[in-house]
Write a protein that binds this ligand. Sequence first.
Ligand code: RUB
Length: 309
Amino acid sequence: MDLQTAAEKIRSMEIRGASRIAKFAAEVMKEQALKVKENFDEEMLKASKILLNTRPTAVSLFNAINYIMRYRGENLEEKRADLVRRAEEFISWVDSAQRKIAEIGEKMIKDNSTILTHCNSSTAIAVIKRAHEVGKKIEVIATESRPRWQGHITARQLREVGIEVTLIVDSAVRFFINEVDCVIVGADTITANGALINKIGTSQVALCAKEARVPFMVAAETYKFSPKTLFGDLVVIEERSAEEVAPKDLLDLGVKVRNPAFDVTPREYIDVIITEIGAIPPEMAYLIIRERFGYSGVSEGEAEIEIIE
Ligand code: RUB
C-alpha cells in the first residue's frame, strides 16, 4: 500500500481507535522499509511524517513511530533489519498488552454487574469480553457515540459473543447511571499529570459516574501515555468536519458547527487505569512515562531520544 493511501485510511477513520491506528502505522512503516532502495533515513523520516500528519490526538501513533524510528545500523541493510524488528516488536506489544489488560481488568469487574462503555475501545472491549469468558454474568450499556456511531460497533462486537447489550443515546448516561456498577472506557492519550483524552463525551460520562459514585476505569496500554506532555506540549484535540454533524441544508443556512472528536477527563474523575504492567492510579502517569519511554523530563540530555513530530 502506498503511503498516501495508508494515511487516508487513518484520516477517513477506515482505520480507527488508538491501538489499531498505532498497529497499522507500524505495519505500514515495516512495509515501507522493505521497499526503500536508497536514502533509507530520509525515506523513513518522510514516511513517518506522512503517517503522523493524519490524526493528531492519539499519542499511540506518535509512540509507535518514535519507537520504530529509533532503529540503528551501519548500512542500509542493517538499518532496514533493525527497523523491521522494531516494528514487529511494537506490533506484538499491542497484542500482548491488550491480552494482559484483559486479564487484569476482568478481575475488577464484579459478577452480576452492569458495565457502561462509551465509543469503541478494543481494549475496554477485551476486558469486558474476558469477564464474560470467565463466566461472569454481565450486561453492557453502550452509548451511541455520535457523530460517528462507534457505539454501534461496540454493541455488535459484544452481542456477537453473546453479551447482553443495551444501546442508549449519549445524553441518556445520567438517566441510567444508577443502574451501572462500573464504567470502563479506553484512551487515546494519557497525559503526564494523569488526565485522560478519549472520545468526545467521555468527560461527561466521568462526571455522571463521579456524582453517582460509580467507579470509572480506563483500559490503556502504556503506549497511550504521552511523553510529549512531560515537556509541556498540550494534547491537540482533533476537530472534524461540520458535515459529520449537520445536514447540508442547515450548513447552507449559515449554522456554525463545532465538532471536537475528543475531550479531556481530569484525573480526579478516574479511579484506576488498567495497563499491561498493572492497575495504577492516574497519579502514576509520570512514572509510567519515565519507565516505559526513558524520558525523565529532568534534562534534555537524559531523554536521549530524538522526537519526530
Ligand atoms: C476511538 C476512541 C477509543 C480510543 C481507544 O476514537 O476514542 O476509545 O481510541 O481505543 P476514534 P482502543 O473512533 O475517533 O478513533 O482501545 O481500541 O485503542
